[in-house]
Write a new protein. Structure first.
Length: 248
């Protein structure tokens, strides 16, 4: 159906076309108090019997304030030509005009009754004081406690400083970034080919130290194979720290 717009300014005509078939009225227009109120009641009565609108609390959206609706001298004809749209077509045969009225659900809640969205929950986290590079052996002194929202990450952050022992970063960590469980791994305390300080006899009344070459990588508490740098003999020791181990 072709839409007709009032023969007035070009600006108003452009707006009329942009709004899409909002109204089609014949000119001249006559201002009549209460014309829209009567039409509103007629539309609401009709909507109560229309299957698409039954059971809903409806109200009629007011038309553009610049429109003066001409009183219809005949019975109004109402239908819903576009079922997917919440609009009702109102037609009058004398004088001839038609108007598309939009129906909305009830009245909008007042600003006082609107429920403000809840603020996101804050969680305690450990954040880096400064830039930390991948491979850094971590310690609690490198972090401070902070609170921040963690949508979907609540179970992925480290909050206990006691866990920052004998672990290293697997990726760079920027300042004020929360430390997550997948940012760390058990630190490599001894690397293959490095010299290791090995102790033996501690707690047994004597202490012997020797130098050995690591034959494999290892983390804290792990057993690694070593080679005595002087005798060339192999031995097994437990890693106790960076490049240190103890023979059991």
């Amino acid at each position: 159906m072709q839409m007709l717009c009032p023969k007035i300014s070009d600006t108003y005509r452009t707006q009329c076309l942009r709004w899409g078939a909002v109204f089609v009225l014949s000119l001249p227009w006559a201002a009549q108090a209460g014309a829209f109120e009567d039409l509103e009641q007629e539309v609401l009565r009709w909507a109560q019997t229309a299957p698409a609108f039954q059971g809903r609390n409806l109200r009629v959206a007011p038309p553009d304030s610049r429109i003066n609706l001409q009183t219809c001298q005949q019975k109004l004809q109402l239908d819903q030509p576009f079922p997917v749209q919440p609009s009702v077509r109102v037609r009058c045969s004398q004088p001839q005009w038609q108007l598309f009225v939009t129906l909305t659900n009830g009245s909008e809640p007042s600003a006082l009754n609107r429920v403000a969205p809840a603020a996101p929950a804050l969680h305690k986290v450990l954040v880096a004081k400064e830039m930390l590079k991948r491979g850094t052996l971590l310690s609690p002194a490198m972090f401070v406690e902070a609170e921040m929202p963690l949508p979907g990450m609540e179970n992925q952050v480290i909050v206990d400083p006691k866990l920052l022992v004998n672990v290293e970063l697997v990726r760079d960590l920027t300042p004020n970034s929360p430390l997550r469980t997948y940012d760390v791994k058990a630190a490599v305390m001894v690397r293959r080919g490095q010299e290791v300080q090995v102790s033996a006899g501690q707690g047994q009344g004597f202490l012997i130290t020797l130098r050995a070459e690591a034959l494999q990588d290892g983390g804290f508490g792990e057993q690694v194979r070593l080679k005595n740098s002087e005798s060339g003999r192999s031995l097994v020791a437990v890693i106790t720290g960076p490049n240190t181990a103890r023979v059991r």
